[in-house]
Design a protein around this ligand. Structure first.
Ligand SMILES: *Cc1c(COP(=O)(O)O)cnc(C)c1O
Length: 400
């Protein structure tokens, strides 16, 4: 089905007939069997699959604990709660991210403080964090944007110096490594998301990994209304039916149906990463000499998980802006996207008083980026269509 019936903006047929999205899940027979099995079993929620899925993630990243949640956003909320973030606290984060990375700070009544990005890696800049730290600062929320790990040596040493907790929004970074260590085992608390466009999916879902037992206990409580049945922790009378709500929490539980899907997906994570890395390499190879296009920079000491492949336009070489290039690519039936609108530019944040111009590097990046389709299920042919389409559109609009 052709989503876009128009001919390409500048005449001629689009490079492909079928619309190619920027990301999509991979679900196979094994996944369907795993889910069906749970549906036929006794527990469809909070049963054995949750425990198994949590173990698979924990073993993969190498942490003591992994606690599953109903979404990545719920997991971030829980991480902020476990970190003890409350009103009057400030939390430093990046604006080049999905709104959830800083909304979780607002949920607890605390204040997000936006540090600008590094102009090369596009992740939060440790130099920009430094002057923002004060006596109210409680934590730093990093984002491994596109799958590129943030600068953890510098960030963790700043955190240690000032007694801050580091929460990693690693929604993009399952399988990424920083100096030979898996993302998930580096920050105090790390969140992974299992939304269908992410590395593995549970439909909706998220998880926190940590090595800290106190955080673990807080997270488990928060996921289930703050209720405990643990006789060791009960303050009141010890009856077999008795349970106690000792803190405030929510119903943020993942179902066993979702966990079974996640567990089955984890069997393919190695292959998913190979495919994403292979395709990213091909894009970079194909565009490295294309004028008007700047390909992503990679650090020597980390290995991106390539959730997103983002090209940056060199607008000085083009006759039109990003929006025109974006529309032209859509007409080619290439499902390009923009990740992200700097969070504080959203009306809700504007109304809170954040000023335009706060993070100049993030704002100028935002004007120049386009996300290309990248997911394991896309074929070599799909990839070549994207390359062809980008070459076609960019060459058409080049100043010569
Ligand atoms: C996807 C995503 C989230 C939220 O995850 P959900 O599972 O959709 O709630 C948070 N942060 C970033 C950077 C994301 O990409």
């Amino acid at each position: 089905m052709t989503k876009n019936k128009h001919l390409a903006l500048y005449g001629g047929k689009p490079v492909r007939n079928a619309y190619l999205p920027y990301g999509r899940q991979w679900i196979d027979e094994e996944d369907i069997k795993a889910v069906t099995k749970v549906l036929q079993s006794e527990f469809i929620t909070t049963g054995p699959m949750i425990t198994e899925f949590e173990k698979a993630i924990r073993d993969f990243v190498g942490t003591k604990y992994a606690i599953a949640f109903s979404s990545g956003t719920a997991a971030l909320h829980a991480a902020c709660f476990a970190a003890g973030i409350t009103e009057n606290d400030e939390v430093i984060t990046t604006s080049m991210t999905f709104a959830a990375s800083s909304n979780c700070i607002l949920y607890l009544g605390a204040t997000p403080v936006f540090a600008d990005i590094d102009p090369k890696t596009f992740t939060i800049s440790p130099e920009a964090i430094k002057p923002l730290i004060n006596e109210n600062t409680k934590a730093i929320i990093t984002v491994d944007y596109t799958g590129t790990p943030a600068e953890y040596d510098e960030i963790l040493s700043l955190a240690q110096e000032h007694g801050l907790i580091v929460i990693d929004d690693a929604a993009h970074a399952l399988g990424a490594t920083y100096k030979q260590r898996y993302i998930g085992s580096i920050a105090d608390l790390t969140m992974f998301s299992f939304h269908p466009v992410k590395h593995i999916t549970t439909g909706e879902g998220g998880i926190i990994t940590t090595d800290n037992h106190q955080f673990y206990e807080k997270l488990v409580g928060f996921r289930n209304h703050g209720i405990t049945r643990d006789p060791q922790k009960i303050i009141g009378k010890h009856e077999p039916w008795y349970y106690e709500m000792q803190e405030i929490g929510l119903n943020y539980r993942m179902t066993d149906i979702q966990a079974a899907l996640g567990l089955s997906q984890m069997k393919k994570i190695g292959y998913f990463l190979v495919k994403r890395r292979e395709y990213a390499k091909k894009y970079t190879e194909a565009f490295k000499d294309l004028e008007g296009v700047i390909t992503p920079t990679e650090q020597k000491y980390s290995d991106s998980s390539w959730h997103l492949y983002i090209i940056r336009l060199d607008l000085s070489k083009l006759r039109v802006d990003r929006n025109a290039i974006f529309k032209a690519l859509q007409k080619e039936n290439i499902g390009v996207n923009v990740h992200y609108i700097p969070v504080y530019l959203h009306p809700y944040y504007q109304q809170l008083g954040y000023k335009i111009g706060l993070c100049p590097n993030a704002e100028s990046l935002y004007e120049e980026i386009i996300t290309l389709p990248l997911f394991p299920k896309m074929s070599e042919e799909d990839l070549n269509d994207v390359i062809k389409g980008v070459r076609k559109v960019i060459s058409y609009y080049l100043i010569n």
